[in-house]
Design a protein around this ligand. Structure first.
Ligand code: ADP
Ligand code: MG
Length: 680
């Protein structure tokens, strides 16, 4: 340890500057391993939190060990058997009176051989399983009579780590780091510290819980700080965007003409959203708005109105959709809507040469509205005077894509994000504190809520009969099946299903659409379904987002027990988009687990996306609700939206009031993305 770093540690001048190698026992090699985990300073180590805990605080009698659980046991060695050869193997019987446990070691070390001799007392910790000869542990941790006991006085933290660095050593390093924990500045405003835990106390509890109890309050203390860091960053982004310059757009003649030519009246929600957007666009700083609305609430119309306000000023607009199917649908919709207004629309779908001409026309400003997929963010796509970028189903896009598209204007572009991920309003306002939020709270008038029933696979023939009858009466049906080919799992494949239904419904035209078809094929199948040439459409989840065929009114979802609530709700949104009553049949394979049962019950009870989201949040936690990294939502290290969402509203105000240097220190602590992927 150099004298300057130890001096800075003593004075507490910043653990963020104290390298891990300043800790006793951390040499160059260990330092390199830690760096792979994104841990280069003592502060980093302190914030490297356990993924879980092991309970080594009590010893379980061997007869009471339960298969599948990790436990600590103790006994004397009763018998030992060794096998040599290419795959040396050591087994030992441990007994504590009534109970016995078999220990297995493959490639045993000399320490194992020394410890495991008849009559020796050892303690072991590991996962119990049932083998041919009863309870056993494979490669447990083991301690002999002369070694430090495995029995601990507190829960044992298990850290995410990387190859070449054992959890045991990492634990030692963290213990070393904890010596410095009092030097960490506490960044949480005192008013927020309800539990009264200081940061140092919280970290001590998390790394070395005093009792065999999960340190919930300590986790909450850190979650609060992490969420505050995010809120502060969003508040800063919001302030920064106010200082940018965008093109103000003040006309609304085209919008008025457009709305007047529509065959229906915009809903009050749509009108309110359009008015909010209009006000945003009049300003000379960029709009940053999220338009939320349940499936079928009519977001596309609002996007069209926003586009027209900007187009009227002679600027360009880009509309990006996550799938080609949806982009093509939007292209058709906009082309039809805008034809009467004399506004040409351009589709930009692939990376191929075929788009060369489209790109040229955009760059030269010949076309004002481009509708496309991610192809829009390619380097080769340039705009002459882009002023508004719109992302449909924005949760499907990454931050990078959104920034790239926004960056294609000569000055800051206005930004409109649309999403059907139904998040409760207060949560949305906090999670997207850098955006303004408009909500479409109603569906167009005359829409009947989709009726939903859940039926066991055993009633499949009845469901097929129902489809036959409905289609004979002029209905159109989707039959959704989660996978496309036989053998990928035991799920019914779409292709097999297509054959089955074609056979079972001789008088009807049964179509098939799945993700491995070419875009042109998909489009022609969709067109067939739209026009009624195809009456039953067997589909994978490619139709999940955005697809709008108002005349389709029956939807069957295969293996509904395997899908998440949010996804089921999205799929169900494919029907009930027109005047006719929509129906949804959830086919499941019995027996249903408790959670699957609760999901299907929820869908049967409500057709309201926000209610579905609330129940989803309660059933499985926010992490899953918002899905994987595609969700575009922040990924928290400690905070868990399901448990901590209620903290957010308080934090918003607190974030606005933070002194800038505290906000910066929080960002440095929580938001730098140095940490790499780690294995547990
Ligand atoms: P989503 O919010 O799911 O994107 P869409 O924008 O696709 O919904 O709209 C769903 C359907 O409702 C479309 O066919 C659209 O033309 C129609 N629609 C939108 N607004 C209205 C309205 N105010 N009255 C009647 N139909 C509407
Ligand atoms: Mg949509």
């Amino acid at each position: 340890m150099s004298s300057s770093t130890s001096a800075s540690a003593r004075s507490g001048a910043g653990l963020a500057d104290l390298p891990v190698t300043a800790l006793p026992g951390v040499g160059k090699a260990a330092g390199a391993r830690l760096a792979q985990l994104g841990l280069s300073t003592v502060e980093d180590l302190l914030f490297h939190l356990p993924a879980r805990y092991e309970d080594r605080t009590r010893c379980t009698p061997l007869a009471a060990l339960v298969a599948g659980q990790r436990a600590l046991g103790q006994g004397s060695v009763l018998a030992v058997e060794q096998r040599g050869g290419r795959r040396p193997h050591l087994t030992a019987w441990l007994a504590d009176g009534p109970g016995q446990l078999l220990l297995r070691f493959f490639h045993p070390t000399s320490r194992h051989r020394r410890l495991l001799t008849v009559g020796t007392q050892v303690s072991v910790y590991g996962e119990v399983r049932w083998g041919a000869q009863g309870r056993e542990m494979v490669h447990p941790d083991i301690a002999g009579p002369a070694e430090p006991s495995l029995l601990e006085s507190s829960l044992t933290p298990v850290y995410p780590t990387t190859a070449g660095l054992s959890v045991k050593r990492l634990r030692q390093f963290v213990r070393g780091a904890l010596e410095h924990v009092d030097a960490l500045p506490d960044l949480l405003p005192p008013a927020l510290c309800e539990e009264g835990l200081s940061l140092a106390q919280a970290l001590r509890l998390l790394h070395a819980p005093a009792l065999a109890v999960q340190p919930t309050a300590a986790r909450k203390r850190l979650a609060l700080e992490e969420l505050l860091a995010h809120q502060a960053a969003l508040a800063a982004a919001r302030r920064a965007s106010r200082r940018e310059r965008a093109h103000p757009c003040r006309q609304a003649n085209l919008v008025a003409r457009f709305l007047a030519q529509l065959p229906f009246q915009p809903t009050a929600s749509q009108q309110a959203a359009i008015a909010e957007i209009r006000e945003d666009l009049m300003r000379d700083w960029p709009m940053r708005r999220l338009l939320q609305g349940d499936v079928g609430s009519g977001k596309t119309l609002v996007a069209a109105a926003a586009a027209l306000i900007v187009l009227e000023e002679g600027y360009q607009v880009a509309l990006m959709a996550p799938t080609e199917l949806l982009a093509r649908q939007h292209y058709k919709t906009f082309a039809a809507w805008f034809a009467g207004l004399g506004i040409p629309v351009l589709a930009l779908l692939g990376t191929a040469r075929s788009t060369q001409d489209a790109r040229r026309r955009l760059a030269q400003g010949e076309v004002a509205l481009a509708v496309g997929t991610q192809a829009l963010v390619q380097d080769a796509v340039a705009f002459d005077r882009l002023a508004l970028a719109i992302a449909d189903e924005q949760h499907r896009f990454g931050v990078r894509q959104r920034q790239t598209l926004q960056g294609k204007g000569r000055i800051a572009t206005h930004w409109l994000a649309m999403s059907a991920t139904p998040i409760p309003r207060t949560l949305a306002q906090s999670l997207y504190a850098d955006l303004d939020v408009s909500i479409l709270a109603e569906r167009p008038p005359g829409r009947l809520p989709v009726t939903t029933v859940a039926l066991s696979q055993t009633r499949r023939t009845e469901v097929i009969d129902r489809v036959r009858q409905a289609c004979a009466g002029g209905a159109k049906a989707y039959w959704v099946c989660p996978l496309i080919e036989e053998g990928e799992s035991d799920l019914v494949s779409a292709q097999a299903l297509h054959q089955e239904l074609s056979r079972a419904l001789p008088g009807l035209a049964v179509g098939l659409i799945h993700g491995r078809m070419s875009p042109a094929e998909k489009e022609s199948v969709m067109a067939g379904f739209m026009d009624g040439v195809v009456q039953v459409l067997v589909a994978t989840t490619v139709i999940e987002v955005g697809v709008d065929v108002p005349s389709a009114n029956l939807l069957v979802i295969e293996h509904a027990e395997c899908l998440g609530l949010a996804q089921l709700h999205q799929l169900r949104g494919r029907v009930g988009r027109g005047r006719e009553q929509g129906h949804c049949v959830l086919l499941y394979r019995a027996p249903l687990g408790a959670v699957a049962h609760a999901r299907l019950a929820c869908l049967r009870e409500t057709d309201d996306g926000f209610e579905v989201a609330r129940q989803d949040l309660a059933l499985r936690g926010a992490g899953e609700l918002f899905g994987d990294r595609q969700s575009g939502l922040p990924h928290f290290r400690v905070a868990d939206l399901a448990a901590d969402a209620e903290l957010l509203p308080r934090l918003r105000q607190a974030a606005d009031d933070l002194p800038p240097e505290v906000a910066e220190a929080l960002a440095r602590r929580w938001l730098n993305a140095r940490r790499g992927p780690a294995e547990v």
